[in-house]
Design a protein around this ligand. Structure first.
Ligand code: ADP
Ligand code: ZN
Length: 436
């Protein structure tokens, strides 16, 4: 008997041998090019400028001859300059959450809506989720793709879906208890906050709740943060990557092996480039992820500069899926901070902090004056009570850990658990008020 969840483990698609997968990619790339050439003047013009006609693309290696699309291009063509279907065939509008500027409008046709849910369902099933699961969606519903795409994906699988949205921890807990929630979708910052909430209320999730899995994404986080989330919520936390420009969630996802995220290569072509020069980097090198949509109807996008920093893992995965994996995103090219002449990413700070005992679940990097950096760090509940006075020791440990990692010495301020603000959407890790 076939159950709905089995329908989303499609070995034929997910385990295609490489040559067949690449043939499919080439075929779909050529269709995408023909489509944008015909329907999107913006791309016709860009392709003319780059002197590439759709038929000139004969192999995947020709991809590098195609023009990039940037976030700025999306904003300049706002609202509908990249639409490749007649307006009445557009079925849904999403925008990127606008973390880094004015939102970008993304259109979905009926087929795109189906595909986005399908890819996300495929991702969920890869983590072992099935129709028996109860899925509590703790992401923001609205223009943001994060909640809607996963919502429909879990419904496709046949789960009971609880559209809780973020915030209101009391109500989240009530729902989890009463409906025996097994899987949640949540940002890393809210997951840490919620873990704190459970601890404070003396709730042992392993005893009192039925949680098994958390799908954690929408913002960068480290392995150490994953472990904290797993410990605090009593779950396995799966890394979930996506962006509105491509599909929303379900672009790349961890399988049960939890070693990197399979990027669904039958829907996207991926490249890694040097974010400075735009040149492709050798396989395995870390750089900016560039994605080309292969099956998008309403708004195909060529060589999109995601600004996300990662690398491709070429080795086969033990799960049998042939779609290659990407490493955990270590940050965005635009997130790089320069303080007193040294460059670093906020995730480097997080990696050090989260590995130190006594450190709690939230932190913020404050930049002020000419180039003064203060890292405000919440203590854990245990950190508060175990260390009444040797705070200086903890502070020193943090300062020297950070100094070794980012090569500059910040001030460190320890604050009680829960003292730092938590945002309902994406976490704000850096407050830059410098007068440079
Ligand atoms: P915005 O660019 O406004 O934040 P989106 O809501 O589409 O718009 O967010 C997509 C971005 O979120 C990605 O480009 C990436 O920077 C970040 N992101 C999403 N999932 C992850 C993840 N698992 N790890 C790191 N970053 C992620
Ligand atoms: Zn795998």
């Amino acid at each position: 008997m076939s159950s709905p969840d089995r329908a989303y483990w499609k070995p034929a698609e997910e385990t295609l041998p490489r040559p067949a997968l690449e043939a499919l990619q080439l075929d779909r790339l050529r269709q995408t090019l023909a489509r944008v050439w015909e329907k999107v003047p913006f791309y016709r013009h860009k392709l003319d400028e780059a002197k590439v006609s759709p038929d000139a693309v004969r192999g995947l290696a020709d991809l590098r001859r195609l023009p990039f699309t940037t976030g700025a291009d999306l904003r300049e063509t706002y609202p509908a300059g990249l639409l490749a279907v007649p307006p009445d065939e557009a079925l849904r509008l999403h925008t990127s959450s606008g973390t880094t500027g004015k939102p970008k409008a993304i259109f979905f046709s009926r087929q795109d809506v189906d595909n986005s849910a399908e890819l996300c369902a495929r991702s969920f099933v890869a983590t072992g989720m099935g129709r028996q699961d109860v899925f509590q969606n703790m992401m923001t519903y609205g223009l943001f793709t994060g909640a809607l795409v996963t919502h429909y994906a879990a419904e496709k699988i046949g789960c009971l879906v609880i559209p809780a949205g973020p915030g209101n921890s009391d109500r989240q807990l009530l729902l989890m208890r009463d409906f025996r929630t097994t899987a949640i979708h949540i940002t890393p910052s809210f997951a840490l906050y919620f873990a704190d909430f459970l601890e404070k209320h003396g709730v042992d999730p392993r005893q009192e709740l039925a949680l098994q899995r958390a799908f954690v994404g929408a913002e960068p986080y480290t392995e150490a943060t994953r472990r904290k989330i797993e410990a605090g919520l009593g779950v396995r936390a799966f890394n979930s990557y996506g962006l509105s420009e491509m599909n929303g969630p379900g672009v790349a996802f961890e399988c049960q092996e939890q070693q990197g995220m399979h990027l669904w290569e039958d829907h996207f072509l991926m490249e890694i480039i040097d974010p400075g020069s735009g040149e492709p980097l050798p396989l395995g090198a870390r750089g900016e992820l560039v994605l080309t949509t292969l099956v998008r109807e309403a708004m195909p996008i060529l060589r999109y500069r995601t600004r996300d920093i990662t690398s491709i893992m070429d080795a086969p995965c033990a799960c049998g899926r042939t779609h290659r994996r990407i490493q955990r995103i270590t940050g965005r090219a635009d997130d790089m901070l320069i303080v007193r002449g040294v460059n670093f990413y906020p995730q480097q700070v997080e990696r050090i902090l989260m590995a130190i005992e006594g450190v709690g679940r939230n932190y913020v990097i404050c930049l002020e004056g000419l180039d003064e950096m203060t890292v405000k760090v919440e203590l854990s509940e245990a950190g508060m009570s175990d260390r009444p006075e040797p705070m200086y020791a903890l502070q020193d440990e943090i300062v020297s850990g950070l100094r070794a990692e980012i090569l500059t010495k910040p001030k460190v301020e320890l604050v009680p658990p829960g003292a730092l603000p938590v945002s309902e959407g994406k976490a704000r890790r850096v407050i830059d008020n410098r007068k440079l």
